[in-house]
Design a protein around this ligand. Structure first.
Ligand code: MRU
Length: 354
């Protein structure tokens, strides 16, 4: 996979996957301890990798699902042509059911479906066009995230303390990240910054993944437990909060990793700017507000166990929503590849993406 001229000179902070006549990923459930590469050569493996968080983060889920459709083609190549198309479409439905909240998954798979319907005139053409579209989705994400970094860097002032939640970095996208992209660009411009990383219970994407990639890129950071953010804000250590998004409704209500809403309330109380960084592929223009965003609920053992060991009574009753919704009025702005916009300006972005 080669990147566009625009990006050739930029060092990509992290490479969470690649295509080399097959789909390869870094298994994020093993980080930071081990960097294990997995080959996803069956749609079942792609589905499980997404569902079990081996790869995660809305834009990356979209990219992997798109290549997952190419995997489906290769896996079923020997079927007669029309049966092959039906099978790929079935696999697309399966992939759509892997995670309900991340809008990029549906965005990418809809684009792949269009290729089957409109540009699949022969087996050879279908394969070529599916691969071309998956590559396009990947490159568009790469460029969008870099632009998010360029726009977002402008609101990061020298000496700022920046709080982020979960992992909205290179590991959650095609390589630059969304919330972390402005931080990477600020570093390139030699701004002195310090990142506070919420550990992000229950799956610890902050502690395991954000710290891992900040360390790799030599960005100064401090890891905190989720319940420490308010104290730090009261001590004036946090100047700005930047997080990612899984799905943004038409009115700006935003679903992101569980705990984001609490941070937005805290930021509002302490009068700290609260930004969402996301590409247009995360905006769902079909839903009016956040009440329509499906919120994934995950296995109770994610809450009851740490490293396979119970931290609660085995029978404890558990509630484990993976995301919450931050209402638009708590959001200072959206850092997108088209610039920084207010919740009320979202409509302008429609038809500007991909
Ligand atoms: O459950 P995850 O790890 O997939 O959740 C990820 C997040 O909530 C991210 O903040 C979001 O997907 C944006 S990633 C650029």
């Amino acid at each position: 996979m080669s990147t566009s001229g625009h990006l050739k000179m930029k060092k990509i902070p992290v490479k969470p996957f690649w295509w080399d006549r097959g789909l390869f990923i870094i298994d994020q459930t093993e980080l930071p301890e081990k960097e294990i590469v997995l080959k996803l050569d069956k749609v079942k493996k792609v589905y499980e990798a997404i569902k079990n968080l081996k790869i995660r983060g809305a834009p990356l889920i979209g990219c992997i699902a798109a290549y997952g459709v190419v995997v489906s083609f290769i896996e079923n190549e020997n079927l007669p042509f029309c049966k092959l198309k039906d099978k790929i479409k079935k696999d697309i439905e399966k992939l759509k059911s892997s995670r309900p909240t991340a809008y990029n998954l549906f965005y990418a798979l809809r684009r792949m479906e269009k290729i089957i319907d409109n540009f699949g005139i022969s087996k050879k053409k279908l394969k070529q066009n599916l691969l071309k579209e998956a590559e396009k989705i990947y490159k568009e994400d790469l460029i969008a995230c870099y632009k998010i970094g360029e726009y977002g860097e402008k609101i990061i002032k020298d000496g700022m303390g920046i709080l982020t939640h979960c992992n909205a970095g290179g590991l959650a996208t095609s390589g630059f990240g969304t919330a972390l992209a402005p931080i990477y660009v600020a570093k390139q411009k030699c701004k002195k910054i310090h990142v506070y990383v919420d550990e992000t219970r229950p799956v610890l994407q902050g502690a395991r993944l954000t710290c891992w990639e900040l360390e790799k890129n030599r960005i100064p950071y401090t890891l905190i437990c989720d319940n420490m953010a308010g104290y730090l804000m009261s001590k004036k250590e946090i100047d700005i909060v930047i997080v990612g998004a899984d799905r943004i409704a038409k009115n700006g209500d935003t679903a992101n990793k569980i705990g984001t809403y609490s941070l937005a309330v805290l930021a509002n109380y302490h009068k700290i700017p609260f930004y969402i960084a996301a590409p247009i592929s995360t905006f769902d223009f079909n839903i009016e507000d956040g009440s329509k965003i499906p919120i994934e609920e995950r296995d109770e053992n994610e809450v009851k166990k740490i490293n396979g060991k119970y931290i609660s009574p085995e029978n404890a009753d558990v509630f484990n929503p993976a995301f919450d919704v931050t209402p638009n009025y708590l959001i200072t702005g959206f850092i997108t590849e088209k610039g920084i916009i207010k919740p009320e300006e979202i409509e302008k972005l429609k038809n500007m993406g991909g």
